[in-house]
Design a protein around this ligand. Structure first.
Ligand code: 3PG
Length: 306
């Protein structure tokens, strides 16, 4: 049985060692394809793999078509918009994610990006503090919850909107539930995005929504670039010189944002929310364990293409 780890953006070595241990302890073989730049290398590597572990790597219908033995693909992470679920289902391949495993890492980055933004990107001028500011958490999943936990330590007042999360869950975390995105953006000085990229959410963070934010509003995106309506955000930021946008997912229009909004915009060069040794270990080893548990016990608890 062959388990392929295919990561264009590799895990930390310590995480790969941990994955190898799980895989080999169970008598399977580990194959590694890291930092590949040519999709043909992935097609070749996946040809005889029984299981596949990826990160944001695109598992398209073409990849699936090349994977003659594949029974399971695990996205070591939360968002599975990179997996062609239909293609997996059509071939009877189980697709999973590893929810929660990298969420603290992303939440810590959110806070780092917020401090960076409110201190004017460390340019030496006088900034503002996060204490006492209203933080809007747009979607209260694993990352959102961790953001709330840390933000409260900063003295921020936390609000959340999540159509799929009951109020009680937020209230238990001392987070104020609001019942629409409109209410969240109207209320909060800072909004942190934690929605997945789906047909419903794509382009949903648009001019009219962000324009509801109070003066000096700050939007932080560690979710997906697709949820932002980039052209409309550009128009809005031109209309409203008080707004700032910081993102861990470089927009398609990065050059335009950079030129137009110097001092109000920042994008990490490569998505790094989950780029910590701890998150790599948690998500990578969880993926390996889920594969073993699937082969040995038929466990499909984290299947996303049911
Ligand atoms: C996720 O969905 O888990 C995060 O966006 C992390 O993605 P990455 O594995 O590509 O860093």
């Amino acid at each position: 049985m062959k388990v392929l780890v295919a990561t264009e953006k590799p895990f930390a070595k310590v995480a790969v060692d941990g994955i190898r241990e799980v895989v080999e302890k169970n008598g399977y073989e580990l194959a590694l394809l890291e930092k590949y730049t040519d999709v043909n290398d992935l097609y070749k590597a996946v040809a005889d793999a029984d299981a596949l572990i990826v990160r944001s790597d695109k598992v398209t219908k073409e990849v699936i078509d090349h994977a003659k033995n594949l029974k399971i693909v695990v996205r070591a992470g939360a968002g599975f918009d990179n997996l062609d679920l239909e293609a997996c289902t059509a071939k009877g391949i189980v697709a999973m994610n590893t929810p929660g495993q990298n969420s603290n890492a992303v939440a810590e980055l959110v806070m780092g990006m917020l401090v960076y933004a409110v201190r004017n990107f460390y340019n030496g001028t006088s900034g503002t503090e996060l204490k006492g500011k209203k933080l809007g958490i747009h979607a209260f999943g694993n990352v959102g919850r961790n953001v709330a936990r840390i933000a409260k330590g900063f003295g921020m007042e936390c609000y959340a909107y999540d159509a799929y999360c009951p109020d009680e869950v937020m209230l238990k975390d001392d987070v104020k539930p609001v019942h629409s995105a409109v209410e969240l953006y109207k209320t909060c000085d800072v909004v942190s995005l934690h929605i997945p990229a789906t047909p419903e959410t794509k382009n949903s963070i648009n001019h009219d929504l962000v324009n509801l934010m109070p003066k000096g509003g700050l939007l932080v995106n560690t979710a997906r670039k697709e949820v932002i309506n980039e052209e409309e955000l550009i128009v809005l930021m031109q209309e409203r010189p008080d707004l700032k946008y910081v993102t861990d997912i470089m927009p398609v229009a990065d050059a335009k944002f950079k030129t137009l909004f110097e001092g109000r915009y920042f994008a990490t060069p490569k998505k790094m929310g989950a780029q910590t040794a701890e998150a790599n270990i948690n998500a990578g080893i969880a993926a390996a364990n889920q594969i073993v548990d699937f082969f040995v016990n038929g466990n499909t608890r984290f299947q996303v293409n049911k």
